[in-house]
Design a protein around this ligand. Structure first.
Ligand code: NAI
Length: 327
């Protein structure tokens, strides 16, 4: 089958070529959107990633060009108009799980970095500055951690934090019995927020969760709280977070995802003028850590992403049921 890959980087080519058995893979660096959709002409399937725009006009055009399958090489699908895909009868598959450990461990890495300031210590020591001034952290042991969304990643994250000796509270639309058995307490959001020293977001972006972190919910949090977002940028009202950083309500912010990330993340812009003043302001805070959507970025996850995506494509070609179908 001929498959057009959008938004590709070298590592996508490396992993997909390694596990490909017989398909013709064409890798475009361009993202998929209304301007680039014509690149998919002549392909049977397209493979897209988190920041591709798979809207109704794009899907309509894909259908007109004869594309029969949309394969997402990611878990989240907030960037896909699923109703349009159904209307145009193009099945959509995703990779529902590809190492929840990768993302959960990255969230923990962000917590440890923000808390113990190892990024600053690394730079200081290299410049011969062995002073500890300003590097004070806090013990994680005994702190209260709130997990919003206790699916695959949230569960792993909660377990790691319990391993540090933290008390873990959770908010989800469905309580997970296994987690309750392990001592995690489920609470309504308004009861959870005021108790937490650290809050980590692990729910998908949807109508209910959009800007779940807003001026209102930030006002319910403890002063100096640490907020971590490795899920989707749209979960946080970025302006509200910036305001809360200015007042000190937010003591630390770690984000691996950002509302306007598609214009920035995954690109090397070091020689360019960055026009996004919102992220530039965020990055000017000493207590903010931004990583460019690298939570998933482990060898195990990249292997799983390539294998699962190619398996879905094989199954589609052979007329088998698509176990990872979402539309
Ligand atoms: P999952 O589907 O296993 O878990 C999501 C959980 O969120 C479920 O327990 C669900 O009930 C809960 N949830 C849904 N709506 C909710 C609401 N309104 N309020 C509270 N909880 C709600 O998903 P998984 O695999 O744990 O991934 C979570 C998110 O992580 C994904 O949606 C994706 O956005 C993000 N992600 C980020 C990556 C990165 O590289 N930074 C990589 C992979 C996923």
């Amino acid at each position: 089958m001929k498959i057009a890959f959008f938004s590709t980087q070298l590592y996508d080519r490396t992993y997909f070529n390694q596990y490909n058995r017989g398909h013709e893979l064409v890798f475009f660096e361009a993202p998929l959107n209304e301007q680039t959709v014509n690149l998919a002409s002549g392909f049977t399937a397209i493979c897209a990633f988190v920041n591709d725009t798979i809207s109704e006009p794009v899907i309509r055009q894909l259908a007109a060009q004869g594309v029969q399958l949309i394969a997402l090489r990611c878990a989240g699908y907030n960037n896909v108009d699923l109703a349009a895909a159904r209307a145009h009868q193009i099945p959509v598959v995703r990779v529902p799980a590809y190492s929840p450990f990768a993302v959960a461990e990255h969230a923990v890495a962000m917590i440890l970095t923000l808390n113990r300031k190892t990024h600053k210590a690394y730079n200081r020591v290299r410049e011969g500055n062995f002073s500890l001034q300003g590097l004070t952290g806090f013990d994680l042991h005994g702190k209260t951690v709130g997990v919003i969304g206790t699916g695959q990643i949230g569960q792993v994250f909660a377990g790691i934090m319990q391993g540090f000796g933290c008390r873990v509270l959770a908010f989800d639309v469905i309580a997970n019995k296994d987690m309750e058995a392990k001592g995690v307490e489920y609470l309504p959001l308004v009861k959870l927020l005021p108790q937490c020293d650290i809050i980590s977001l692990h729910c998908p972006l949807n109508e209910q969760t959009k800007q779940i972190i807003s001026t209102q919910t930030l006002s319910m949090m403890k002063d100096g709280v640490m907020l971590i977002n490795t899920s989707r940028g749209g979960l946080i009202d970025t302006q509200a977070a910036t305001d809360a950083l200015k007042t000190g309500r937010l003591g630390y912010l770690g984000i691996d995802v950002y509302e306007q990330e598609e214009k920035l993340f995954f690109h090397n812009l070091q020689d360019e003028i960055i026009h996004d003043d919102v992220i530039m302001r965020l990055m000017s805070f000493p207590n903010v850590l931004v990583t460019a959507h690298q939570g998933f970025f482990t060898d195990e996850a990249l292997t799983q992403i390539a294998q699962t995506t190619l398996q879905s494509i094989n199954d589609f070609e052979q007329g088998k049921a698509l176990v990872n179908r979402i539309a």
